[in-house]
Design a binder for this molecule. Sequence first.
Ligand code: C5P
Length: 225
Amino acid sequence: MHKTELIVALDADTLKSAEHLIEKMEGRVKYFKVGSVLFTAAGPAAVDLVHKHGGKVFLDLKFHDIPNTVKHAVKQAAAMGVYSVSLHLSGGGDMLKACAELEKRPKLWGITVLTSFDEYSLFRSGFRGGIDKTVKLLASLGLANGADGVVCSPLEAWRLKEMFDGKLKLITPGIRPEARGDDQKRAVTPAAARAAGADFIVVGRPIIAAQDPGAAAARILEDLK
Ligand code: C5P
């Protein structure tokens, strides 16, 4: 069976608390997500921090802008040495293509439909095709324009696996070892995400808000075996 890697979302607001979290997981977790919270607070120092501890960075800034701007942002991310970056697939094929053509670049992971959306909120945002159809359309657009992977809910992952096996990596946030009743509306357990074909799962609060983040990460890694 394929391997599912754990990415821990370092949604901390200071470098100090991010480092504290990394230290709790040292030796266990290889991939860390630096997103808009930590990057806005600390900038490239957050990326350096993960590298200093031997980790790999998923820079999750969800780029969505005109092709030239996003291309140059991805170029800067490449210079920082990150493993992967996220961009909204709804930013369009030209935006993706401009990034994919860069000579030296991180992996491009395209956001399909955020896991905080349900059918009603997606409809209210102007996407009239429904979650399933929108996710498939955006993933096809990603593949056609050079994306290396797509970010989706584990609930959609098994279908994308069928459609794009071996062509697109699947990255799934919205992971909940147990129900929390928060803003993640399309969430499943780590084992279910793995069974659905996820190559990477992204986990934030179930680990970083746990009393013992190291133990919480270890339990999830066990679940992924
Ligand atoms: O705390 P939680 O496990 O919900 O964290 C999930 C992380 O993954 C957050 O940092 C969020 O920004 C990110 N993410 C997401 N849904 C996506 C893409 C990224 O929840 N589609």
